[in-house]
Structures are given as C-alpha cells and as structure tokens.
Write a protein that binds this ligand. Structure first.
Ligand code: CO
Length: 468
C-alpha cells in the first residue's frame, strides 16, 4: 500500500501564519496526549518564530514549553524549524553558538531539525548539520530544507543540484519549503520527478501554504509524483496563509488507497479541541480575516503567510493600511535589487520592511535598514543572483569597505565570547545553559523574562513565609 505521511503544523506554522505565533502553551496543553495518538509523521511545534514569541509576548520559557510538549507527546517525533546559522534570530551566530543551540534543542526534546538558509547558501546550514549528527539520538533526523521560490535564476535544474548537494552533505531527508504557497501543481510535478530521479530513495517532504489557493492541487500532484511526507494543519487552523487540512487530506488520500497512518478518531478530536480556541482569536481580532482568505496576488508578489500577517500588523499599528497595496507592489522591486532572495525569515521581514519604508518615505532607499545594509555587505551569504550594484556600492562606501565580506570568515570562529558575555550580563538571573542561550538569541526579551521570573518567585516566597 502506498504511504504518504503527514506532519501536523498547528503548534508552529499554522499558529505563526494565522495568528503571528501568539498561541500560548496553556491553550493547547490539554490536547497534547490526544495528538500523541494521531499517528503523525511528526508534530512541528518549536522553532521558527515560536521562540521569540514565547519570550517577547507570552512570558513563557521556550525551552520549558518544549520539555512540556515532549513529556505529553512521548510517542511522536517533535519537529523544529531552524534557520541554519541564524538559529531562530535575525543575524549570523558563531559556530560554537550554533552547535550549543542544536545540542540543547535535542536534549530538551527535538527529534527532527528542519534546517534551512534563506538564500539556500548551504555553507550556512553545514554547522547545524554537523552539530545534529554529533548530538543525534536514535530518533534524530536532520532534514535539509530548500527555500523554494520562483525567479529567472531558480530553475528545476538548479533545485535538483541543490538536492544532490544536500544528500552529499549528509542530510537524512529533504524538504521543499514553499513558504509563499506559490508552487503550482505543474511546478511540483516537474520538480519532484526531477529530484526523485536525482536523489533516489531519500525521503522527500513538501511544505506549502494555502495562501494562493493552489496548495491542495499542488500537494495532490506532489503525491502523484512521489512525495513522501506533506505538511498539514488541523482543519480549523488550515487554509488561508496556513497549510492544507489534515483531516481533508486523510479523507481524500484514503479513497486512493494511500495510507497516511493517521488515527481518524484522534485527528477529529484534535480539530474539535482547537475550534473554540480559533474562535477566541477570531473574536479578539488576533486572527485577521485577511490571513484566512485566498489571495492569488501572492503569485505575483511571492509573499509568505507570516510576512503578510506581519505587514498587516505593522501597517495597522502605524495607521497606514492605505499603503498596503503600494507596499505589496514594491516587494518584487526590492527583491530584484537584492538578487532574488527567497522570501523567508529573516529575508521576508527585511524585504517587507524595506518595501514599506520605500513606500512610506516616498523615495526608494532614502533609508536602508541595518539588516539590508548587512545583506549588501555580504553578512548573510551569497545571493542567488547579482545584487543591485549601485545600492551595494553606496552601502559599502558608507561603511568604508571596498568589497563585501565572506560571512563564513566570521561565523566559523569559536571564541566562546557570547557565552561569557551572556553569563556576565545575566548574573544570578541565569540558572541554566538554556537561559544563557535564550539571552544570546534575544537579549532584551530574555532579560525581561528572567527578571519577571525572579520577581514572581520572590512574590511566591514572601507569600509562603507570610502565610506560614
Ligand atoms: Co511555512
């Protein structure tokens, strides 16, 4: 019997795409034992924006969240999304930091590390891969992930070459990550057949979004073409900028005699559980109707779900939603200037913010963000195509540089500096390596979180003493 397995994304990507990753752990703790019975290939539950969001908005320790999920889902592979040398942040870290982060992720409960680089510059995922292999348990899977996009330089041949490279590097599986949901059924067929021919029996995973309305067709074609795993979200958290629905795919594939390994009763209970939670966030306005709709415009603008909901949130905060269409139209121009990077974190934010700035200031590149400057200086790696030479020359001149840097020169250092600085900065606020790592990744948010934790504990201690 043909088998296609399903990764459930409600805890991470659906949450990130539909509601800017604001789902607190307490909302879904009770359903985790049921999810553990569902028979998913994996549960994507950590990484991506969840880490930042825990500290910044939810007053949660991301590591504790992971350990809690692990405890309640002992039988399911837990999956995270890792941005290679960027980890979960927005800049490159030294190799020793990347290695420690991977070690702690596995130690706290992660089984599958889906590792990507926004530019598909695979030098930027090599360290995370090595660390995964070094700290692997019998359940660990290193999944090499390609950021899928369309541009004049992104051909089937180029993607096939990328897959061969991932195989040579030693990854266990390959994931095609179509974050903007712009992969058409036709493209999926050509791509997956090409890749399957080239890398043979290596498991192949498709991650896409419903943003443009093509996902169900694309996933169906992908299955016909030999895909092994697809990413889906429980149906009330599916569609729009999220993934196709788990139960729907289960039903449709069942008629083809394709075994998903899913437990029908469990997946329905999961959906029933999440329905009122979704409604709560629709009512509060946290889930914007725009992110639940189909928008074929993304076929032109190549905007991933998370980026779209962030842009809406930012423009709403600035009371500038009237500039939304203009900002969307500016995105392809900025993208060309940057050498056609795939629009995935952190590049999606960089391109999105620069497009918004260009439109709001009424003059292109009047202001260039720190991150976009760093990009032109070469700090993120090699762009898929040559960048706009004028803008790059301006940025380099301003920084007193004659040419861009090779990002690996700096990344490969193992100075221990970040650990030392973080420990010193935190003093007795830090109680674990995990606290130190959180601080290295998000210093301001982590300090605030740890100070709050300390204050809460002192309050409890005082209360206990007074009561006694
Ligand atoms: Co995604």
């Amino acid at each position: 019997m043909k088998k296609v397995q399903i990764t459930e994304t409600v805890l991470r990507d659906a949450n990130q795409s539909l509601m800017a990753t604001r789902l607190p752990y307490s909302d879904y703790e009770a359903i985790l034992p049921e999810m553990d019975k569902a028979g998913y290939y994996s549960a994507e539950c950590w990484g991506g924006a969840t880490f930042d969001s825990c500290l910044r908005y939810l007053n949660e320790d991301p590591w504790e969240r992971l350990r809690n999920i692990r405890k309640r889902m002992p039988n399911t592979k837990l999956q995270m999304l890792l941005r290679g040398q960027n980890l979960l942040g927005y800049k490159h870290y030294h190799d020793d930091v990347v290695e420690k982060f991977v070690e702690l992720s596995i130690k706290n409960g992660i089984d599958i590390l889906r590792i990507f680089d926004a530019l598909n510059d695979f030098r930027n995922i090599a360290t995370a891969l090595e660390a995964t292999k070094k700290y692997a348990t019998k359940n660990t899977i290193a999944s090499g992930c390609i950021s899928y996009t369309q541009s004049p330089v992104h051909t089937v041949e180029k993607y096939v070459e990328m897959c061969k490279e991932l195989k040579t590097m030693g990854f266990d599986t390959i994931c095609l990550k179509d974050m903007a949901g712009t992969m058409s059924p036709y493209e999926a067929e050509n791509l997956i057949k090409g890749i399957k021919d080239a890398v043979g029996d290596m498991p192949l995973i498709l991650h896409t979004h419903c943003t443009t309305g093509m996902a169900y067709m694309t996933v169906t074609k992908a299955i016909e073409s030999g895909i092994d795993v697809i990413d889906c979200a429980t149906s009330c958290f599916s569609g729009g900028t999220s993934q196709p629905a788990t139960e729907t795919m289960f039903y449709a594939l069942g008629q083809y005699g394709i075994d998903t390994g899913l437990n029908e009763e469990a997946i329905n209970k999961v959906n029933d559980f999440f329905k009122p939670i979704k409604q709560k966030y629709v009512d509060s306005g946290r889930i914007n109707p725009k992110s639940m709709a189909t928008d074929a415009q993304a076929l032109v603008y190549k905007v991933p779900g998370g980026m779209l909901s962030n842009m809406i949130a930012n423009l709403t905060d600035m009371k500038a939603m009237d500039k939304f269409d203009a900002a969307l139209k500016e995105i392809p121009n900025v993208r060309k200037d940057l050498g056609y990077p795939p629009l995935v974190t952190p590049l999606s934010q960089m391109v999105g913010n620069q497009a918004v700035t260009n439109v709001l200031l009424g003059e292109r590149y009047k202001q260039i963000s720190k991150e976009v400057k760093a990009y032109f200086k070469g700090e993120y790696g090699i762009a898929p195509a040559p960048v706009n030479a004028d803008i790059q020359a301006r940025v380099l001149k301003e920084a007193g540089m004659d040419k861009p840097i090779d990002c690996r020169d700096e990344d490969c250092k193992r100075t221990g500096e970040e650990f030392k600085n973080a420990r010193e900065a935190l003093g007795d606020l830090a109680r674990s390596e995990e606290d130190v790592m959180s601080y290295i990744c998000f210093p301001d948010q982590t300090r605030k979180f740890l100070e709050q934790r300390k204050a809460d504990e002192e309050k409890i201690t005082r209360y206990v003493i007074e009561e006694a």
